[in-house]
Design a binder for this molecule. Structure first.
Ligand SMILES: N[C@@H](CCC(=O)N[C@@H](CS)C(=O)NCC(=O)O)C(=O)O
Length: 100
């Protein structure tokens, strides 16, 4: 059985986004609750996201405030077993620095 999920997970999404759907599906399968932050119509958030991740696409995921990338990276972490470990780790800061 997987360890309980203690991590803070933030996912930046837009409304019409297949990769966002599958990323959220994977997180749910892992038993992870997540904070979903919609970037549609939010140029300020989009710009912050590009600065913070170097990527232009959604979804963008942060675990305990650290950028892990999009769905492909999330799936890769799951395949290697690292995702379970990351999700089991509580954030050092109670409210990790993500932009809302
Ligand atoms: N390889 C990326 C692909 C993500 C992707 O193509 N996302 C689309 C939406 S589903 C996107 O951001 N398109 C450009 C845009 O909406 O500005 C991942 O795994 O997350």
């Amino acid at each position: 059985m997987s360890p309980p999920v203690a991590a803070h997970v933030a996912i930046y999404t837009t409304k019409v986004c297949g990769y966002c759907v599958v990323a959220k599906r994977l997180l749910k399968k892992k038993g992870a609750s997540f904070e979903e932050i919609a970037v549609g119509g939010r140029a300020d958030l989009r710009n912050w996201l590009i600065d913070a991740t170097g990527q232009q696409t959604v979804p963008q995921l942060f675990i305990n405030g650290a950028s892990i990338g999009g769905y492909d990276q999330l799936a890769k972490l799951e395949k290697s077993g690292e995702l379970t470990e990351l999700l089991a780790t509580a954030p050092a800061d109670e409210d990790p620095a993500v932009q809302r």
